[in-house]
Write a protein that binds this ligand. Structure first.
Ligand code: AMP
Ligand code: GLY
Length: 446
């Protein structure tokens, strides 16, 4: 990174900062990789991190929800900036924890307050927010045990398919798209009466099914100003041709050919601006990433969900494409100069492909030795971001379902994907699986 890459009208940015990044996935490896390139980044710590982040900064053996441990580490390492990767610490109030402690208040925290994180933490909260600010989203109603009979009637007269969502965080499993009324009623019962997701399903949102193509847009905001920092299309199903079970994400491409200026203009005017204005009007304290999960319905964008963090594996394409200094952007977010930032991208196509453990998203085995991680001999323009990995007896072994993401650039999506495959062919672990069709619908002319 060069100084020209973070040109701000009023660059009131500390020369260097010690940074603490919370999380352990591919998203965090990509964020660590990006921040380490900034000349504003002094020492970089990652808690708990993974073997990939250990090659960039110093991993700290701390849980992301161990706020007292994070406090002690922040003081010990004179941290100036905390970047929160996953949603759990945000929904649990890590921003507020820092803000309310005189010993921590000076530290910039990238992530919203617990109240604002309800945009991700509660589907009912986010639907009401969108309704208040006329942000396009699927029609819906919400129910609890108190009005369960009303809910059953609502379902019985709803068009099919119908979407049922547990209100709270349910590790990505709280959404069911029911194709019959019986299935919808059973799911409703399971969530509400049998408390399938505990407290998270004590309220259920029932909404209209939107048919279209899902895309992700990312912004950085301080609740007043914002900058869009990238977009991507995620491939969520385990099987090729978008079949089989939903996963956390099997691969991404960026830029997305149909997300042209016309579409992005609609996204910005109808969704991003009203969201940021809504945060300001409701005095919701928000410093951090907003992940707009959108459905493109015949060229018109609708919000499927908000997340208060970056996506995974979206980060693994968004960060490599972003040329602007990310640490400088965080400082600008904090000091009110975000509006002056100059966002530039690598205009080549970028693709990432997730290698997962055989059996994922169901049961899978762990502790498989991974080889070929360092072998870049034949393939330049590729990056390997580790996710579900750990070190065991001097080897890197698998420790999760989504093991690593391989990102590659190309002159078009087809070339980027082909290059990622080439790199993946050099990586081995027992049971390795990845989709070979990421970006399949964009193979022609892009
Ligand atoms: P969420 O947890 O809100 O991201 O939902 C999980 C997935 O369910 C989304 O990524 C979509 O694929 C799908 N989904 C959620 N809401 C809708 C909807 N209203 N219409 C169609 N698909 C939906
Ligand atoms: N890739 C989707 C997510 O991070 O939620």
């Amino acid at each position: 990174m060069t100084a020209e890459n973070d040109t701000f009208a009023s660059p009131i940015i500390p020369n260097t900062m010690n940074i603490l990044l919370l999380g352990a996935g591919g998203r965090e490896h990509a964020l660590a990789w990006k921040m380490a390139q900034s000349h504003h980044c002094d020492a970089l710590f990652i808690a708990p991190g993974n073997p990939g982040t250990a090659g960039i900064g110093t991993n700290l053996n701390l849980l992301v929800t161990d706020f007292e441990g994070i406090k002690a580490a922040s003081i010990e390492h004179q941290i100036g900036l905390v970047v929160v990767g996953p949603e759990e610490p945000l929904v649990k109030g890590i921003y507020d924890f820092f803000e309310s402690d005189p010993a921590l208040r000076h530290i910039i925290v990238v992530g919203p307050s617990a109240k604002a994180a309800q945009l991700e933490g509660s589907k009912a909260f986010s639907k009401k927010f969108m309704q208040r600010h006329q942000i396009p989203t699927a029609a819906y109603a919400e129910f609890t045990l108190e009005n369960i009979e009303e809910g059953k009637n609502y379902i019985a007269s709803h068009s099919l398919p119908v979407v049922l969502k547990a209100d709270g965080l349910a590790a990505g499993k709280g959404v069911v798209i029911a194709t019959t009324h019986n299935e919808a009623l059973e799911t409703f019962n399971e969530m509400l009466v049998n408390k399938q997701f505990g407290e998270a399903s004590s309220k259920v949102v029932i909404e209209q099914f939107l048919s279209g193509i899902e895309v992700s847009v990312f912004a950085l905001t301080n609740g007043m100003d914002y900058q869009i920092i990238g977009h991507a299309k995620d491939y969520k199903r385990i099987g090729e041709g978008d079949t089989g079970l939903n996963t956390g994400g099997m691969g991404c491409v960026s830029p997305v050919p149909f997300m042209d200026d016309v579409f992005m203009q609609k996204v910005e005017e109808r969704i991003v601006k009203p969201t940021i204005n809504g945060l300001a009007a409701e005095e919701l304290c928000y410093n951090g990433f907003v992940f707009f999960g959108l459905m493109n319905v015949d060229g018109e964008p609708f919000v499927i969900e908000y997340n208060c963090r970056m996506g995974d594996p979206e980060t693994e394409v968004v960060m490599p494409r972003l040329q602007t200094d990310l640490v400088a952007l965080f400082a600008a977010m904090d000091n009110g100069t975000l509006i002056d930032a100059n966002i530039t991208y690598d205009n080549r196509s970028c693709a990432t492909i997730m290698a997962v453990s055989g059996g994922y998203p169901g049961d899978y085995e762990k502790n498989k030795v991974i080889t070929g991680l360092e072998d870049t001999s034949a393939v330049t323009d590729t990056l390997v971001f580790q996710a579900g990995t750990k070190t065991s007896e001097n080897a890197v072994v698998t420790s999760g379902g989504r093991v690593l993401a391989v990102t590659a650039f190309g002159n078009n999506i087809k070339d980027a994907v082909a290059l990622a495959h080439q790199r993946l062919e050099k990586i081995r672990f027992e049971g390795i699986y990845f989709r070979r069709d990421i970006g399949y619908e964009f193979e022609k002319n892009t």
